[in-house]
Design a protein around this ligand. Structure first.
Ligand code: TXD
Length: 308
């Protein structure tokens, strides 16, 4: 029997993630949304593409939570996306109410699921999902760092005129404007970025990475990025479903690692069949540590604001 992946929110990120999972053939998908007919329509369209994708996965669109029961994985993309000029934090209260409601259903219907949180402000929403479901923190993980690192890797590949395949980028911290891209741990075929580009150039590309989401929001005018976010989410789903044990920057619960306790924040983790199987600690310089702490403080402020 194939694994069951439920995707809550059939908007841009949710539907594109559903497409990647169905196309891969790795799992059956349930696509849930509160808008009547929309998830059913998108699911039917994807189901009709399965013969062309040579995929034996099934997909069901629904407005009924019981259809998600017994999921092995649940991906939460439900909520509002940013409009031009908005920060991710501006979505806090509206999305918190949605996440709470979604998580009550998940905890009841899929008590053994591993949950990937995508909705912004994502680090805080991951914390809220953990509190609401009362699942082990290993089974709640947030998507952000993979996307930020992929954006940095794209900018680097254009600048260095080298295939993105040969670039490994690392971004720590919250998925917000004070994320912490780490040039020391960003390499091109093993060569640290600091050997390949002058400091000024690196700083400019890091700045573009920090504002990468806003750059797309400004261009689209309605909605925010979804192709790269869905591809990042799919990488996490695949590592968990196939127990690949990939080391990926994700938002995970820290319990003293990096000198930080009790918050969800972006760090390198190993993702496998049990969810977050390990948090990988790297030694940071004084400056990197200060940036990481600043990012943690921003996330903490939002958590306190929500009183979770
Ligand atoms: O890196 C990351 N973590 C992110 C996060 C990258 C991209 C997008 N990011 C955030 O994901 C974004 O700021 C939003 O908070 C979510 C979803 O983004 P998306 O672009 O998919 O937004 P859409 O297209 O507006 O889709 C949201 C859907 C929409 O169909 C609503 O009807 C639905 O969510 N929705 C709900 N579904 C289920 N249950 C409830 N309560 C609900 N409320 C709205």
């Amino acid at each position: 029997m194939k694994k069951k992946v439920s995707i809550i929110g059939a908007g841009n990120v949710g539907a594109t993630t559903a497409q990647l999972v169905v196309q891969s053939g790795f799992a059956d998908v349930v696509l849930f949304d509160v808008v009547e007919g929309m998830p059913q329509g998108k699911a039917l369209d994807m189901a009709e593409a399965c013969p062309l994708w040579n995929s034996s996965s099934t997909i069901k669109g629904t407005n009924n939570y019981p259809d998600t029961a017994g999921s092995d994985m649940v991906v939460i993309t439900a909520g509002l996306a940013r409009k031009p000029g908005m920060s991710r934090g501006d979505l806090l209260h509206a999305n918190a109410n949605i996440i709470r409601a979604v998580c009550v259903e998940i905890a009841n219907l899929s008590p053994n699921a591993i949950v990937i949180v995508v909705t912004n402000p994502m680090d805080v929403m991951a914390q809220l999902a953990w509190k609401t479901t009362e699942f082990s923190c290993k089974r709640i993980v947030g998507m952000g760092g993979i996307l930020d690192a992929s954006r940095l890797a794209s900018f680097l590949s254009w600048e260095l005129k080298v295939s993105p395949e040969d670039i490994e980028a690392l971004v720590l911290g919250g998925h917000g404007d004070d994320m912490v891209p780490l040039p020391r741990f960003t390499t091109v075929k093993g060569i640290p970025l600091t050997e390949l580009l002058p400091k000024r150039k690196i700083e400019a590309l890091i700045e573009r990475t920090r504002k990468g989401g806003a750059e797309i929001v400004a261009l689209l005018k309605a909605g925010s990025a979804y192709y790269a976010p869905a591809a990042s989410t799919f990488q996490m789903i695949k590592s968990i479903l196939l127990d690949e044990k990939r080391m990926l920057p994700c938002t995970a619960f820290l319990n003293g690692e990096y000198g930080i306790k009790d918050i969800y924040i972006g760090v390198p983790v190993i993702l496998g069949k049990d969810g977050v199987e390990k948090i990988v600690e790297v030694t940071l310089t004084k400056e990197e540590k200060a940036q990481f702490r600043k990012s943690c403080a921003s996330v903490k402020k939002l958590i306190e604001n929500l009183k979770i």
